[in-house]
Write a protein that binds this ligand. Structure first.
Ligand code: NAD
Length: 300
């Protein structure tokens, strides 16, 4: 069944996601503060709306893909999105935001007579374009099943993680593992360099041993062993260090709020914030290996 969808936030991720909804036969009304983002989406068949509220008024579902929780909450409340939508509209927020903000957004939507799902994604800009994203969803079972046709049009997999905020929780837990494992793999390569152990030899052993992980076998932080990894193209992302730093900041907020001790996760958050702030923001997150070498030197 096709729907009328309001899509708010037509940036690097939202633009191609909205285009995939159009491709699947849905009517998509789009809004973004940036005129260029609207123009690109319009070329893909998205109907430009004069405001977010105008997009939401006739919609069955409202999807948002915005930078941070404050944007989502301002849109829902101060900018009148919840007030403009018809009662019972399904609000699906795909942005990566604080778990606490996701729960607040969910409560605000329900209090206004609507239904809500948090559904952040992994898969990046490439997955957004190819409709191969993975969605991690938080909300009631019925909302998850009602969103299925829309999520299917934009991704290859959707996992229902639990109640409100659970999608965001799964996303930050995954990315905390990823950051810690990338730093661990990078430290092992730097140690190998200091011991005179060849990158390829280390890779050949670890990729079939107990240290095997995605950070090694898909996104290997040194050039050579995995030809498609960003290290082979001067660390062009991939998954930018700025986004990793953002997600780890959300994980750190959740750790502190819950009184959870996670020394490696917190250290990873500090390391990525420092790396992104010192010029690494636009590089793939695997470039963190550069900061681990003695005096940030080149491999032996
Ligand atoms: P982006 O900056 O390209 O797009 C965000 C868009 O939101 C911009 O076009 C901006 O103009 C628009 N916007 C901001 N406030 C608005 C408002 N009030 N009304 C309408 N439009 C508004 O960012 P992106 O890379 O598309 O990321 C979007 C979200 O997806 C973020 O939460 C990010 O963490 C998450 N994410 C990104 C990636 C990635 O690889 N880029 C991967 C996974 C998740």
């Amino acid at each position: 069944m096709t729907s009328t969808v309001a899509f708010i936030g037509l940036g690097h991720m939202g633009g191609p996601m909205a285009a995939n909804l159009v491709r699947a036969g849905h009517r998509v009304l789009g809004f973004d503060l940036a005129a260029q983002a609207v123009a690109t989406a319009a070329a893909a068949g998205v109907e430009p709306a004069a405001s977010a509220a105008d997009a939401a008024a006739p919609a069955d579902a409202v999807i948002s893909m915005l930078p941070a929780g404050r944007h989502v909450l301002a849109l829902y409340r101060e900018q009148g999105l919840l007030a403009a939508a018809r009662p019972g509209t399904l609000f699906i927020d795909c942005s990566t935001i604080d778990v606490a903000d996701a729960r607040t957004a969910h409560e605000a939507a329900v209090a206004a007579g609507h239904r809500a799902l948090d559904a952040p994604v992994s898969g990046g800009v490439v997955g957004a374009g190819a409709a191969t994203l993975t969605f991690m969803a938080g909300g009631a079972e019925r909302e998850f099943s009602d969103a299925a046709a829309l999520l299917d049009a934009m991704g290859k997999k959707a996992v229902h993680c639990g109640g409100a905020g659970s999608g965001q929780a799964a996303k930050i837990c995954n990315n905390m593992i990823l950051a810690v494992s990338m730093i661990g793999v990078s430290e092992a390569f730097v140690l190998a360099e200091s011991l005179g152990l060849d990158h390829q030899a280390l890779y050949d052993v670890v990729s079939t041993a107990s240290g095997q992980c995605w950070a090694l076998t898909v996104n290997c932080p040194v050039p050579g062993p995995v030809p498609a990894s960003p290290a082979n193209r001067d660390y062009r992302p991939g998954f930018a260090a700025s986004l990793m730093a953002k997600d780890l900041g959300l994980a750190a907020n959740a750790l502190r709020a819950g009184g959870v001790e996670a020394p490696l996760g917190l250290r990873a958050a500090e390391m990525y914030a420092a790396f992104a702030g010192a010029g690494g923001a636009g590089l793939d997150f695997s470039a963190i290996v550069r900061t681990l070498r003695p005096q940030n030197g080149t491999p032996a």
